[in-house]
Write a new protein. Structure first.
Length: 149
């Protein structure tokens, strides 16, 4: 039979876990995606880019962040990467699932672009896409749209 001290230890552990998740620590289970497709905003920001290249880039991002593939076009070129990450991990005390590192590794493998070479806390998906596209298409630079303030 299980001793009473083991039962209390398990209940205490469950309570601590509950407090952490109740306080918003750890990854949020449901990420709030836009309901409107952002494909048109990508095409406006990058008229010279193919729909396929935009989708491939967004697929890299959603795979790294473990979002459903079907949600890739809910992200806008103006979306800043760090706030997306912070919505998933509002506390700095709990380890993440290495989403940013995975995105950086996949981006470098796909295009040769090192994310840390362009990183800023306000870096947008559009800016990363433009830099990636430039790394792949040397001599055919795309215009980087600035994030709206």
């Amino acid at each position: 039979m299980i001793s009473i001290s083991v039962v209390f230890a398990l209940l205490g552990l469950l309570l601590v876990i509950g407090v952490f998740y109740g306080a918003g620590v750890g990854r949020i289970c449901e990420f709030e995606f836009r309901s409107v497709c952002q494909g048109a905003s990508w095409r406006r920001a990058f008229p010279g880019a193919s729909k396929a290249s935009i989708r491939e880039f967004l697929e890299l991002f959603v795979e790294a962040f473990a979002f459903p593939s079907s949600k890739r076009l809910t992200f806008s070129p103006d979306d800043q990467i760090l706030p997306i990450y912070r919505r998933l991990y509002p506390s700095r005390w709990i380890p993440d699932a290495l989403e940013l590192e995975t995105f950086a590794k996949d981006l470098e493998a796909r295009s040769g672009l090192r994310l840390e070479s362009i990183w800023s806390e306000r870096l947008t998906l559009g800016q990363v896409f433009a830099a990636m596209h430039e790394a792949q298409q040397v001599g055919k630079p795309l215009t980087v749209t600035q994030p709206r303030d």
